[in-house]
Design a protein around this ligand. Structure first.
Ligand code: NAI
Ligand code: MG
Length: 485
């Protein structure tokens, strides 16, 4: 494909597509070939986007009645549903994930806008008992301009997850999608305009992290930041937020364990454990990437999982296989790097290599992999691999399982597999993680469910009613109410 054939995607600022000063090639992860190019925004575009958001916030959106904001969000949801198959195809080309997953992503994105359209109408402050001659109450006010930096694994879902509550609450947004998968965010910007949001309510500035991303994080005109991605960049974004004294939500992934007790239901657990680490090739913040299993059921379970892993069809996302490629050569090499050292002590039970065959040529594939007998001092036990790699460790006592679960510094999610309701409750309360799934594991979960990390998995909460509160600030008003003279 020559450069002239590549579809071009530009930034959307103040409701307009702006000419690009430079370009970034967008690669199809299933074959490594560029199929589009996207504007390479920098400080200047980010500054324009922040100005546009500020203008729209002060002149229109801050003053818009709640019914108007809610109605706009509902129209966005409807428009996303109408564009469902177009968005899903774009997402699959961009990220490599199986098409049916992208269709789910589009549906979930629509749900976010519907959900916050509803919830925002019930959002209010409180009256507070104070002094006899004072009437005290709180107001929930939007922050103003929100900056959102998102990753490439679930771009459409995460864009909707972070932008929907912000817009519903009355903020205006600047969204910086990942350079590896920016396209559905830019399509969302158009959809939002078509749905009748004022130009400037959602501005999208694609570009590299160290350019557009860093400029957005540091911009003094941004009143609130939200970041999803790696822990290293999370730290950088939080430092930038500190310099401007603005709040920041961080969603930094995890190393989430499944804890499997002897009385678990294998028929239910096996497919869900497989899914939890192979959905989008394991490139999922809440992937169930560790299996902590009781010695008495270890061999049988791992054998069953290995057979299931080997049976997975791997291929280009557009052909809707069980698992697609990783996002980039960089990510594939990162995963292979972990495997090269992890397999040294651990025992390889499935996968472990790049799949062979013509269909994989040029693509960023890694086989679904199981490493058994992984020890807490292995790097693969503690670090987020972000690939289709399940690390298995054995325990004898429940306390040991908890200790292993908490050996990493992350605390995003955990799966608990047992028929004993008391043990399940005890673990749910004991584990220092943001979400516990009992006899169940769903990474995306419902839009209604608050989602956030403990420990180094992040700060703040996304999704659910909680997230809407996070996009508003609390103002306290007291009025002197003396008895009439
Ligand atoms: P990253 O953290 O570099 O990228 C996430 C976003 O941050 C992208 O939009 C990127 O452009 C932006 N960014 C990068 N540098 C920035 C900077 N200096 N200032 C502001 N924004 C910046 O993640 P990357 O390098 O793509 O992936 C590396 C690892 O991060 C993965 O292997 C995985 O372990 C983790 N990760 C976790 C995610 C999650 O869902 N929590 C999502 C993506 C990656
Ligand atoms: Mg990076």
């Amino acid at each position: 494909m020559s450069e002239a054939d590549l579809t071009e995607y530009t930034a959307v600022i103040a409701g307009k597509k702006v000419p690009a000063a430079g370009w970034i090639d967008v690669l199809d992860p299933s074959n490594g070939r560029p199929f589009a190019r996207v504007a390479r925004c920098g400080e200047a575009e980010v500054a324009d986007a922040v100005d546009a958001a500020r203008y729209t916030y002060e002149s229109v959106w801050r003053l818009a009645p709640v019914a108007e904001r809610s109605g706009a969000c509902r129209r966005i949801a409807t428009a996303i549903r109408s564009a469902r198959s177009e968005l899903a195809t774009l997402e699959t080309l961009d990220t490599g994930k199986p098409l049916r997953q992208s269709l789910v992503d589009a549906d979930v994105a629509a749900r976010y806008f519907d959900f916050y359209a509803g919830v925002v109408e019930a959002l209010g402050g409180e009256t507070i008992l104070h002094q006899a001659d004072r009437f005290a109450f709180t107001l929930r006010e939007p922050y103003g301009v929100c900056g959102h930096i998102i990753p490439w694994n679930y771009p459409l879902q995460i864009a909707a997850r972070t932008v929907a509550p912000a817009l519903a609450a009355g903020n205006c947004c600047v969204l910086k999608p990942a350079e590896d998968a920016p396209l559905t965010s830019l399509r969302l910007a158009e959809i939002v305009l078509e749905a009748g949001l004022p130009p400037g309510a959602l501005n999208v500035v694609p570009g590299y992290g160290e350019e557009a991303g860093a400029a957005l994080a540091a911009h003094p005109g941004v009143d609130r930041l939200a970041f999803t991605g790696s822990r290293e960049i999370g730290e950088a974004v939080m430092s930038a937020a500190a310099r401007n004294i603005v709040p920041v939500t961080l969603e930094l992934g995890g190393k989430s364990p499944h804890i499997v007790l002897p009385d678990f239901d294998a028929a239910r657990a096996v497919p869900l454990i497989v899914d939890s680490i192979t959905e989008h090739a394991g490139q999922n913040c809440s992937a169930g990437s560790r299996l902590l299993v009781h010695r008495s059921v270890h061999e049988e379970l791992v054998a069953e999982l290995a057979a299931a892993f080997r049976a997975l069809r791997v291929g280009p996302g557009i052909a809707d296989p069980d698992m697609g490629p990783l996002i980039s050569a960089k990510q594939r090499d990162r995963v292979l790097g972990y495997l090269a050292e992890g397999a040294g002590d651990g025992v390889l039970r499935a996968g472990g290599a790049v799949p062979e065959g013509e269909v994989y040529a040029g693509g960023f594939y890694v086989e679904p992999t199981i490493l058994d007998h992984v020890k807490p001092w292995h790097r693969v036990f503690n670090e987020e691999i972000f690939g289709p790699v399940l690390c298995v460790s054995v325990f004898d006592e429940l306390d040991e399982a908890v200790e292993l679960a908490e050996h990493t510094t992350y605390g995003l999610a955990a799966g608990v597999w047992t028929s004993d309701v008391t043990t399940a409750h005890w673990l749910a309360q004991r584990l220092r993680v943001g979400q516990v799934f009992v006899n169940n594991y769903s990474a995306a979960g419902g839009v209604e469910l608050p989602f956030g990390g403990y420990r180094r998995s992040g700060i703040g909460v996304e999704k659910g009613v909680e997230a809407l509160r996070e996009y508003t600030r609390c103002k306290t008003v007291t009025i002197h109410t003396p008895a009439p003279a």
